[in-house]
Design a protein around this ligand. Structure first.
Ligand SMILES: NC(=O)c1ccc[n+]([C@@H]2O[C@H](COP(=O)([O-])OP(=O)(O)OC[C@H]3O[C@@H](n4cnc5c(N)ncnc54)[C@H](OP(=O)(O)O)[C@@H]3O)[C@@H](O)[C@H]2O)c1
Length: 236
């Protein structure tokens, strides 16, 4: 079994290099062994040190980090901050990738560090039916993309990011947003951390949406650290 080295950031960057220059959507998610995507309402209770390190490296490799507003609220997201272990991973690019937050309701406080301290202007992806006053508030502190009318058309959202040159796309969920990417046939890769715990309960799985056509996946690699498994699957 391959192992994550304690300081093996270079190896991780190689193991998770984006496959080319074409647009590519990778998801990074964690689940307990019995499938729970949250513990006590958050994903943090499932993670571990290596999981956090991998999340950080995947951010360093990405041009943009796409996340649903539910996750931003539940996890108290701040802006992506560069880490010293990124080394030269951001060479020739902005020091940190922007977050692109998907939301219709726009219940987002634009006076928080998520907006005010972002090294690269935060992006808000919304739709035509979003409350106008909140759109205007977001526009003061973020780049606002409108994709879709009643709700965000997730394919159009990804295309809009691609048009801005943000082709190495990483999504950190949450489960409702991820289910839409997968259902739209837009998910190219799933990086799944399997956390060594059983939780039962009513937590959602990492995809939370209506049943969809099955998407066959190919296992690219498995890494192990401290009883955690790190699975990298790509779409067949
Ligand atoms: N296990 C993991 O790896 C993992 C990863 C991430 C999150 N989580 C956990 O998952 C939970 C959150 O789950 P979730 O599925 O509700 O999160 P989510 O997908 O991040 O957020 C759902 C929200 O995103 C917005 N949204 C999603 N799709 C949209 C669309 N097509 N059009 C417009 N807005 C859209 C809406 O925001 P508005 O309401 O603002 O319109 C919606 O309420 C949290 O407990 C979090 O900790 C787990």
């Amino acid at each position: 079994m391959l192992r994550l080295e304690p300081a093996g950031t270079t190896d991780l960057a190689e193991a998770y290099a984006y496959p080319g220059t074409a647009p590519w959507l990778r998801a990074n998610m964690v689940a307990g062994v019995d499938g729970a995507a949250t513990r006590e309402g958050r994903s943090g209770g499932l993670g571990g040190e290596a999981d956090r390190r991998l999340l950080s490296i995947l951010r360093a490799l990405a041009d943009v980090v796409v996340v649903g507003a539910g996750t931003v609220r539940a996890e108290g997201y701040g802006p992506v901050r560069p880490r010293e272990w990124w080394g030269g991973l951001r060479e020739g690019r902005a020091p940190a990738p922007p977050l692109a937050i998907v939301s219709r309701e726009l219940r987002l406080d634009v006076d928080t560090p998520l907006f005010t301290e972002a090294l690269t202007r935060t992006i808000v992806i919304t739709c035509g039916s979003a409350p106008e006053d909140r759109v205007r508030a977001c526009e003061k502190r973020a780049e606002v993309i409108v994709a879709g009318e009643e709700s965000v058309d997730v394919g159009a959202a990804l295309d809009a990011l691609t048009e801005r040159g943000l082709v190495r796309q990483l999504t950190e969920g949450g489960p409702r947003l991820l289910a839409q990417f997968a259902a739209a046939g837009r998910l190219d890769e799933l990086c799944l951390t399997v956390s060594p715990q059983l939780t039962a309960g009513a937590a959602a799985r990492i995809l939370n949406g209506p049943e969809m056509d099955s998407t066959p996946l190919r296992l690219q690699h498995v890494l192990e650290d401290d009883d955690f498994l790190f699975l990298r699957y790509v779409r067949r």
